[in-house]
Design a protein around this ligand. Structure first.
Ligand code: CA
Length: 470
């Protein structure tokens, strides 16, 4: 199965936006991810833009300037550009692959080295291409539904072992993508502070549970897949068409309160341990931009069952997986004060996911459940075979038993107040330009002052705070 490449993937392409040509830039001309921005301090409504270097292409403003109109061949690009006059990606996502690809091609042509159509417009820097530093980013989509999967067999095995040492993986795991319905209302844009949740927890040696601030707060590194056109209720999506219903990929941090989770999760799964916040990155990298980084699906070990027909991707076996590296960096208040750089805690790759993005989507719709444009599918915690690939503190510290040493003499079992968690991701492959997903950030705020009413007491419980451990 060959990759669906075109001239927008040419590694030799350069942009007249000089910052886009830097080797480590997340947003070169081969990427062109979509996001929702607003000029800082301006009264205009947020709308869809394309990241290029350190600037944002205001797609609709370019459309109004006539830059996406003209020949009949541009009709699809113009249709997509018109859908960018919105405060979300939903309408663009609904249009599907054709118009999105046409827009990508046309935007790439406008930004290509030597093209001066944008720069010949009056006041183009302000009107058509504001600097990222002068823009505020919103959530990329109005996310009607959020589903979180459990697609990493490494994560599922590591966590399962903590809870069920004799049977880490349950019998269904290798037959279907395990998931649960998450909470869409508490999905927040990158940079939004995360308040430490309160809830009910029960220590192993306690007779009864108590209510108070979570003492075991964690992050989860995840890939997020944004749904494109979607399906009508009662109409499943065939596995062969699943990828046509994916818009693109973003970063997701599925914040998790492990003490709440441990007490509440049986028998119906996660609830308040997860629903207090989920952070999402501003830029969505399209499936088209990801094409050079498609790889074979995770090789199933001998003895594992073959996927059932509704999940059988043998037709695109060579490109069903995705080679994207995700990194997690932590910046504690003390590191920040002493000028230390964020410290990388993990690095993992989407190619290690047992279930592919297409399988997650097709399985979700297989019972007739309707997926809608802008719905978010989380991969589940992204972990790999090695210790350094583990995508949450629960795994890295073995449930808090083995604290992680940080630069400057600190350590962490779980997150402390003031800790900032930074996700990054990028795709690299020989012969292609590196592209990035940007960042997804969140800083932990102390629990709500009313938390003390539950009896545990207010303030920072911070089970991972190092001074008390040292
Ligand atoms: Ca999760």
């Amino acid at each position: 199965m060959t990759l669906r490449l075109d001239d927008t993937h040419d590694a030799a392409l350069r942009s007249w936006v000089a910052s886009a040509n830097a080797p480590d830039c997340d947003f070169p001309i081969q990427n062109l991810p979509f996001g929702v921005f607003k000029r800082r301090g301006a009264a205009d409504a947020p709308r869809v833009g394309i990241a290029i270097g350190d600037r944002i292409l205001d797609v609709y403003a370019c459309h109004r300037a006539g830059l996406f109109a003209g020949q009949a061949a541009d009709a699809e690009a113009a249709e997509a550009a018109a859908a960018c006059d919105r405060p979300s990606l939903n309408d663009l996502a609904a249009l599907g692959r054709g118009p999105r690809t046409a827009l990508r091609r046309q935007a790439g042509a406008l930004l290509k080295e030597g093209d001066d159509r944008i720069r010949s417009q009056a006041d183009w820097e302000r009107r058509l291409m504001p600097a990222m530093k002068d823009a505020e980013m919103s959530l990329p989509a109005v996310i009607g539904d959020y589903t979180d999967f459990y697609a990493s067999v490494y994560h599922a095995t590591n966590v399962g072992r903590l809870f069920r040492p004799d049977q880490p993986l349950l019998p269904n795991y290798k037959y279907l993508p395990i998931g649960y319905h998450g909470r869409a209302s508490s999905i927040v844009a990158s940079g939004t502070p995360i308040r430490r949740p309160c809830g009910q927890a029960k220590a192993d040696d306690a007779a009864r549970p108590s209510f108070g601030p979570s003492k075991v707060l964690d992050y989860e590194v995840e890939a997020g897949f944004l749904v494109g056109p979607g399906n009508a209720l009662g109409e499943p999506i065939a596995i062969g068409e699943a990828e046509d219903h994916l818009f693109g990929i973003c970063l997701v941090n599925d914040w998790s309160a492990r003490d709440l989770q441990k007490w509440e999760y049986q028998p119906l799964g996660p609830f308040l341990a997860k629903s207090f916040a989920t952070s999402v990155s501003p830029w969505v990298v399209t499936m088209e931009a990801l094409e050079p980084f498609r790889v074979p699906a995770f090789p199933r070990p001998d003895g594992d069952p073959a996927p059932l027909p509704h999940l059988d991707q043998s037709g695109i076996a060579g490109r069903a997986g995705l080679n994207a590296t995700f990194e997690l960096h932590l910046l504690t208040p003390r590191m920040r004060e002493s000028g230390n750089a964020p410290f990388r805690l993990s690095r993992a790759n989407c190619r290690d996911l047992y279930w592919t993005p297409g399988q997650l989507l097709a399985h979700h719709a297989s019972n007739g459940c309707n997926l809608r444009p802008g719905d978010l599918l989380g991969s589940g915690t992204l972990s790999g075979p090695a210790k350094e690939n583990e995508g949450c503190l629960l795994e890295l510290t073995l449930g808090g038993k083995e604290p992680i040493a940080l630069p400057g003499g600190e350590s962490r079992r779980f997150l402390g107040d003031g800790d900032e968690v930074i996700l990054k991701a990028y795709c690299e492959a020989p012969g292609f330009a590196r592209i990035g997903l940007g960042e997804c950030r969140g800083t932990i705020l102390p629990a709500h002052p009313l938390a003390g009413a539950g009896g545990i007491g207010p303030g920072n419980p911070s089970a991972g705070d190092s001074p008390r451990e040292a």
